[in-house]
Each structure stands twice: as structure tokens, then as C-alpha cells.
Design a protein around this ligand. Sequence first.
Ligand code: C5P
Length: 232
Amino acid sequence: MGKDVIIACDFASAKDTFAFLDQFTGRKPYVKIGMELFYAEGPSIVRELKARGHKIFLDLKLHDIPNTVKKAMAVLSHLDVDMCNLHASGTVSMMEAALEGLTRPDGTRPLLIAVTQLTSTSEERMKTDLLIDQPIDKVVMHYAANAKKAGLDGVVCSPLEAGKVHDVCGKEFLTVTPGVRFAGGDVGDQSRITTPEGAKAIGSDYIVVGRPITAAADPVAAYERCVAEFVD
Ligand code: C5P
């Protein structure tokens, strides 16, 4: 599985997204479409980006009863995305149902990865709000193991957790990691971060990078720098 840089297209409209991507004349970057853009524009944004030649990670983080998730995933499989995701906390049964729904009649399917614990959830909040009384890294590894048991392809996690996830779930189990910043760059609201080179050293398979590219004075140069540090 090739390593790649996925640009988080956290834009409010298709117009803003296309204006951003039109700057990339040489390459067609792998892009992540999140809830904001998908809910604003609907499935047409996926179709248009596919038609323009981009690979797509559709980051909708599904979490519902197994039957509902299975049916929703079947719809997403027809959209021909390359990767999509759900919450591992929906249980192994929900993840198994999702995988079933996502698999097309010919046996092909997009990659399916699980969110373990959101990086915005602290260990303290997990204890007080969710009544989960275990250390957060133990919870993350348990959820990753559940995702693997359900047959999923990998997890979204902090780059700092990627090595341990590979230790627990195997080298082939994908780690898709946000929280990437250039050395000396603006950290913003991310806390558990590393550089593209650091993520490569730890063993991330895909890095998801938003503002260090989208808010850069020269987004194409910032993207090429990510690729040079992480992939090449
Ligand atoms: O701008 P930045 O590089 O922080 O963007 C990171 C992207 O990854 C955003 O789309 C954010 O929602 C997403 N993400 C994250 N942490 C997670 C899961 C997703 O930052 N745990």
C-alpha cells in the first residue's frame, strides 16, 4: 500500500474547493471531504472531484445501528470513493455490517477505516463523560484491535500512536493520521502533532493535512514539501 498525503479540503462550498484545487496543475492530490463540504454540496461534490481525477477519502464518521450503517455504506460504495470511515465505538457488529454494505456485488470496495477515540477527547472527559475508566492509549489500541477483528483496513489515529497500532494490529493495518505540522509551523488547535518526516519515521501510511497546506501562502509548494518529506 503506497504512502500518500491527503489534503483535508475543509471548505464551505464546491466553489472554494475548486478554486483551491485549480492551483494544482501538475498533480491530482488525494483529497479528504468532510461533513461540512458534503452536507453543503451533497454527493455531487464527490462525483465532480472523481471526474477531475482525485482520489477521495470521504470522512463522514458513521455511527448508528448496524442495519442503518450497512445501508448507508452501500450508498457510499456507489459513489466510488476510495476510503471512508466510521466510529469504532459503534461495536464490532456495526463495523462488520458496514463492511458488508460497502462491498459491491463484484467483491470490490473502498477502504474502510475506524475512528478510535477522537483526538479532541481527553482521558479525563472519557472518564467523566463516557465512564470509560481505562488509560486512553489502551482504549485506542482495543478499538483498533476491534476494527481489525471486524475486517476493516485500518484506523484514524494520532501519528504518535501509529507505531503502536502497527505493533498491535500488524504492519498491513493502515494508519491514517491527522495532526501533522511542518517544523516551526503554526500548530493551531492540534496538540499531539508531528512533522511529515516524523510521521514517516513512526510508520503512518497516510497523513491528512489541512491548514498547513490550505492556509499556506503557496499551497502547491506546501503540498510538494509534504510529499517530499513523507513519501519520497
Ligand atoms: O488543518 P488540520 O491539518 O489540523 O486538519 C486536520 C484534518 O483532520 C481536519 O479535517 C480534522 O477534522 C481532521 N481530524 C483531526 N483529528 C482527528 C480526526 C480528524 O484533526 N482525530
